[in-house]
Design a protein around this ligand. Structure first.
Ligand SMILES: [Zn+2]
Ligand SMILES: [Zn+2]
Length: 264
């Protein structure tokens, strides 16, 4: 059926994109992993950490910066990514494998808007104070960084972290750094406070220290929450990745250094 009423189209758009968080239509979102310890790309440097570039929204967002600035910069260059196009930098949490590349990044984009992690290190505070005029501390409430990009409020107690929800034509894409508060907690937070379909969860899920039974339980909860696709990387752990692969089947997305995922 190719003909659809205007009213029907409006309902479809709102249902997929949660109109409460901005009225603009969802556009294709592209994720490119610039830093990861997981992956098979031969000409890039694998290293423990995570960084992911997000294109397709009004602003170009870099989610986390990896551990070492020179590796981030060189991986970006080899992937044909010009880091000077970054408008917004989000640090998911204070660990060095996510915030360590910030200094090198800000040398290339001193005017980038920076969303700090909860409890930032003195180094990160100094780097942002020296380089950029717009620095925002972590907040308890969700915040819209630009239309279609929502930074969740802070989660967790011991290791605090926030995650990024991106509106795509297929539903929300949730990007996590290490998911220390629990990947299922983060998804619950997005489901409860934003609502709408969750199309993809991507990033580090930190299931390294879990037993297979615990990982199975997490996977079952993600399914219960109607997460359609999963793209675990970084600190998820090889055996947990295999369990998620089995659980999600054709909806498992292989993520890693140099991988680009287009959600359209
Ligand atoms: Zn990490
Ligand atoms: Zn971490």
């Amino acid at each position: 059926m190719r003909i659809r009423s205007i009213f029907g189209v409006f309902l479809l758009a709102c249902g997929l994109t949660a109109c409460a968080w901005g009225e603009s239509k969802a556009t294709p979102v592209t994720l490119t992993v610039l830093y990861d310890n997981q992956g098979t790309h031969e000409s890039l440097t694998k290293d423990w950490g995570f960084s992911c570039l997000i294109r397709g929204l009004d602003k170009v967002i870099l989610f986390d910066t990896g551990a070492k600035g020179p590796i981030l910069v060189e991986n970006a260059r080899r992937l044909g990514v010009n880091l000077s196009e970054v408008d917004i930098v989000v640090l998911s949490h204070a660990h060095g494998d996510h915030a360590g590349g910030l200094g090198a990044l800000l040398e290339q984009v001193p005017k980038a808007v920076v969303y700090l992690p909860p409890d930032p290190s003195p180094i990160v505070r100094r780097q942002t104070a020296a380089r950029t005029a717009q620095v925002f501390p972590a907040a308890q409430q969700n915040r819209e960084l630009c239309p279609g990009a929502i930074l969740t409020g802070v989660l967790g107690e011991k290791i605090k972290e926030h995650a990024l929800a991106l509106r795509s034509p297929r539903g929300w894409v949730i990007l996590t750094g290490c998911a220390h508060p629990g990947i299922e907690r983060i998804v619950e937070k997005v489901a409860d406070s934003i609502g709408g379909r969750i199309h993809l969860i991507a990033g580090g899920f930190h299931l390294l220290d879990k037993t297979p039974a615990e990982v199975e339980a997490v996977a079952a909860r993600l399914k219960e929450l109607k997460v359609q696709k999963a793209a675990p990387s970084h600190c998820t752990g090889a055996s947990a990745v295999n369990i998620l692969k089995a659980k999600f089947g054709a909806d498992f997305v292989s993520l890693g250094l140099g991988v680009t995922v287009v959600i359209d």
